[in-house]
Ligand binder design. Structure first.
Ligand code: SAM
Length: 285
């Protein structure tokens, strides 16, 4: 049987009694980093043979482990932190076992995604886990595009050196969508001594982290599109109403730029759409 065993994401007290028992009972432990897991096992006084199973050897090591499991061995799979299979090596081995009819069970425990979601204070009744946001422009653009219209809370992992860049992009897309106050929560160093949850708009979080460079491990939780707020705004945009509203503001003395901003917020329009409608009427922004 394959035991997929969750291990702590920081605080060693979070290991479960069942995880310790299974790790002491199996014949072999397949670990993402054997040195890292050796430290964990030593801390809990467990001695077991370890083999590595990580991103770059999973294709060769997987069949070896599968053969042992087919021969009746009990093997535990662990990663460096949290639940194997969640942004960690594990999925392929689990799938191979399922396909081969080998029994698999999970010893549940810490997972940064769910821990962060609960701590964020954002809606938990439906959420999307995006894994790591990604490093190349194409996948980042696709991620931000999905976010624009996602009604559920989005949870994702991000490297510390990309947090500022990500917050800048969130500021830009939410302002463009007329939702500058869309809530974001950044969870740092969960379960560790310096655990921190920072909640606010993307602009507020950006101001905070620009003054205090991000360090440690991070999970980002981003609120879904604010359907309630959208239901309270005028809309869907009737062009005459948009022009009338904008005209009223400028006639009342508002600067064109400010009037455009208020019109965007009022009708839930992007800058481009609001501008196009107003321009047709000869308005000037
Ligand atoms: N399997 C893990 C799990 O169950 O959450 C995730 C492993 S993934 C390779 C590592 C990423 O998870 C980190 O870069 C960070 O984004 C997030 N993470 C892991 N531990 C964390 C912690 N203690 N606090 C905040 N984020 C954490």
């Amino acid at each position: 049987m394959l035991y997929v065993v969750a291990t702590p994401i920081g605080n060693l007290e979070d290991i479960s009694a069942r995880a310790l028992r299974i790790l002491s009972e199996v014949e072999l432990i397949a670990a993402e980093d054997t040195r890292h897991t050796l430290g964990l096992l030593t801390h809990f006084g467990i001695k077991k043979p370890l083999v590595s199973y990580y991103e770059h050897n999973k294709l060769s090591r997987g069949p070896e482990l599968l053969a042992k499991l087919e021969a009746g061995a009990d093997i535990a799979l662990v990663s460096d932190a949290g639940l194997p299979g969640i942004c960690d090596p594990g999925y392929e081995l689990i799938k191979s076992c399922v396909d081969a009819g080998i029994e698999v069970t999970v010893v549940p425990g810490p997972c940064a995604c769910v821990t962060a979601l609960v701590l964020s204070g954002l809606p938990t009744d439906g959420f999307v886990f995006e894994g790591f946001i990604g490093t190349d422009n194409k996948s980042r653009r696709a991620f931000f595009d999905r976010l624009r219209s996602e009604p559920r809370t989005t949870v994702c992992y991000e490297a510390p050196h990309r947090i500022i860049k990500t917050l800048e992009e969130l500021c830009r897309i939410f302002t463009e969508a007329g939702e500058p106050a869309r809530r974001v929560a950044i969870m740092r160093e969960l379960t560790k001594t310096h655990e921190e949850a920072v909640r606010g708009s993307a602009a507020e979080l950006l101001a905070r982290f620009e003054n205090d460079p991000p360090r440690g491990e991070f999970v980002l939780c981003i609120a879904g599109t604010d359907n309630t707020a959208r239901a309270n705004i005028e809309g869907p945009a009737d062009d005459d109403a948009v022009r009338g509203y904008y005209g009223g503001l400028t006639a009342g003395g508002a600067a064109p730029k400010e009037a455009l901003k208020q019109t965007m917020e009022r009708f839930g329009l992007t800058r481009n759409d609001a501008y196009k409608i107003i321009k047709v009427s000869g308005g000037n922004s």
